[in-house]
Design a protein around this ligand. Structure first.
Ligand SMILES: Nc1ncnc2c1ncn2[C@@H]1O[C@H](COP(=O)(O)OP(=O)(O)OP(=O)(O)O)[C@@H](O)[C@H]1O
Ligand SMILES: [Mg+2]
Length: 281
């Protein structure tokens, strides 16, 4: 009895907190809807999944929305060139070059071979942080969005460092008003991440998946984690539509077997990898 006013107060406090919590739109309306409006400001979100599932396209949408909302936007690209990101975005009606020219966006290119102010000279984490902060100072004060696509590139030769690196990046960036999307890749063969750790450190996980059904590639998305958010727990089928970008088609009643390889196949692949690794002198 005595406790009930306290419980009511706690409930109202929770409601209020949700109302005042600022969320950043992902740029994909249907995704915002299953995220209570978007990603909480300041969050560090892991975007994971196999190749070709839509991670980069989501990152581009997030940045495009940021440009529209006059956020300071930084996109770090490690596997595709700056030009490739600009071309990809243009296919969805997004003009990134214009944003660069207006000093609303910096694309940091880690693909070696090209040297200018916004190219990364190495895949060392300290260099990455330094470049991101240089870009933030260049863009000026204010709410900022950052994409690191992908983080895997920074620990490919040392996957055990994934967690420590992710923690370091999150800690340093938290002081700079960034809301971050950081991608990491999963191998098609085993659906295993290249280095565990990003997922544990992240405030949220948006997981992309793929499956072949009736000879056709289907793509899916599930919110595996989003702290402080009552998000959908469903697997959703998605599509990438010319001229529009990422679209959520709707929730699916998929069984685990629908999106993973059979257990014995995974086990065979794992054994083959272990054998190959044990033969390394
Ligand atoms: N203009 C377009 N129209 C329709 N679909 C497109 C278009 N451009 C790209 N796609 C689809 O998007 C896929 C690539 O998605 P995306 O680059 O986001 O994948 P990813 O998850 O980032 O992969 P990776 O891990 O290899 O970087 C392509 O394989 C293609 O199916
Ligand atoms: Mg990509």
């Amino acid at each position: 009895m005595l406790l009930s006013p306290f419980i009511v107060n706690v409930k109202w406090y929770a409601v209020l907190l949700n109302v005042v919590m600022e969320r950043l739109s992902t740029g994909v309306e249907s995704l915002d809807r299953i995220l209570e409006g978007g990603i909480p400001r300041g969050f560090f979100v892991a975007v994971t999944g196999e190749p070709g599932t839509g991670k980069t396209i989501l990152c581009i949408s997030f940045i495009a929305k940021g440009i529209e909302e006059r956020d300071k936007c930084i996109y770090v690209t490690t596997e595709e060139s700056r030009k490739s990101i600009i071309v990809q975005a243009s296919q969805f009606g997004i003009d990134l070059q214009d944003a660069i020219d207006r000093k609303a966006l910096v694309i940091i290119d880690a693909l070696m071979g090209q040297e200018d102010q916004w190219s990364l000279k190495s895949l060392e984490l300290e260099d990455l942080v330094e470049k991101i902060l240089e870009a933030k100072r260049y863009l000026g004060y204010g709410r900022a969005r950052l994409v690191v696509d992908s983080m895997s590139a920074f620990w490919l030769d040392k996957p055990a460092m994934a967690r420590r690196y992710s923690y370091y990046l999150k800690k340093v960036l938290s002081k700079w008003d960034f809301t971050v999307l950081a991608t990491s890749q999963y191998a098609i063969s085993t659906s295993q991440a290249f280095g565990w750790g990003l997922e544990h450190v992240a405030d949220g996980i948006i997981r992309f998946r793929r499956a072949l059904r009736g000879g056709k590639l289907r793509r899916y998305l599930i919110i595996e984690k989003m702290r402080q958010t009552e998000h959908s727990l469903n697997l959703h089928q998605i599509d990438i539509v010319k001229g529009r970008g990422l679209v959520i088609l709707g929730p699916v009643e998929a069984r685990k077997e629908d999106v993973t390889l059979p257990k014995d196949v995974v086990s065979k692949i794992k054994k083959a990898i272990e054998k190959a690794e044990s033969e390394i002198p």
